[in-house]
Design a protein around this ligand. Structure first.
Ligand code: IPD
Ligand code: CA
Ligand code: CA
Ligand code: CA
Length: 271
């Protein structure tokens, strides 16, 4: 199916940013790196890619607002549209020469997630979706996996990094999920986790305390691939949601039940 005008705008911005990221990948010793907090890095590559996406999207759709990881919120004259951008999801992988990183661009219209693009420059995989039009990996239609039993399922998650809240809670959840599924994976890019769940490479995914730019594009791609995404308690996802649970219907339901059974952990954080 030929890409729509909207998707062409998103693709052009992502491709230009991907060229910049690909040039910087493997040149880490020449990149300026800042530490936002423990275990939390940002490089000149993140900033350059974000500026490219910001200027391309602003030029193509003047007036749309933005929520971006590095620059923050930019109000637009058009209050009904907002781009949600993570220019480099998987910065820690990128810094280690690990190719599992992605560009994530989502579009919200009147509060609804309507379009998403996740681009992996090194693996050359582009995941796209618009509400009601299906989800694609490059030009091929994708669907969530049909596996419906946890003992056969491979589940992705995110592990809170150094300095992140919720480490003990995560260990309790891991303990509960680990005993029921075939395997658990951690890629280091939440956008990628959702894209790969949409493509059936993972059967489900959960992660707590992340940001809307990590998942905005993935929400549309996952849903258009036939998947379900809510918060871990099953509540509808909004711009304010910070913890997410995704999968096909059966896996989403079973993981929800398991996670609901994990008591809230009030123990002090690991330091
Ligand atoms: C990170 C990735 C990672 C998730 C972290 C995020 P960043 O984003 O999505 O998978 O576990 O919580 O912060 O900082 O590399 O864009
Ligand atoms: Ca970051
Ligand atoms: Ca991110
Ligand atoms: Ca990022």
């Amino acid at each position: 199916m030929p890409a729509s005008a909207l998707m062409n705008v998103m693709l052009a911005a992502a491709r230009k940013a991907a060229r910049s990221l690909s040039r910087d990948f493997g040149e880490v010793e020449h990149l300026q790196i800042s530490v936002k907090g423990p275990g939390n890095f940002v490089t000149a590559a993140d900033h350059k890619a974000e500026e490219i996406i910001y200027s391309e999207l602003s030029r193509a759709r003047p007036g749309y607002g933005f929520i971006m990881e590095e620059r923050g919120v930019v109000e637009g004259a058009d209050k009904s549209h907002c781009w949600i951008v993570d220019p480099l999801d998987g910065t820690t992988n990128f810094l280690h020469g690990n190719p599992l990183f992605s560009i994530s661009i989502g579009l919200v219209r009147e509060g609804e997630f309507v379009a998403g693009l996740i681009y992996m420059p090194i693996l050359n995989e582009t995941y796209t979706a618009e509400k009601g039009k299906g989800a694609f990996l490059n030009d091929r239609r994708i669907r969530v996996a049909a596996r419906s039993r946890l003992p056969e399922a491979m589940i992705a998650t995110g592990i809170p990094h150094l300095g992140r809240p919720g480490q003990k809670q995560f260990i309790a959840e891991l303990d509960a999920v680990m005993g029921t599924v075939a395997g658990i994976r951690r890629t280091g890019s939440a956008a990628l986790d959702l894209a790969w769940t949409a493509a059936g490479r993972f059967d489900g995914y959960w992660e707590n305390n992340i940001q809307i730019w990590d998942v905005a594009a993935g929400i549309v791609i996952l849903r258009e691939a036939g998947g379900f995404i809510t918060d871990p308690a099953g509540k509808q996802v909004t711009l304010e949601t910070r913890s997410f649970l995704a999968g096909n219907e059966a896996i989403h339901n079973d993981l929800k039940r398991i996670l609901k059974g994990v008591p809230a952990v009030s123990a002090p954080e690991i330091s």
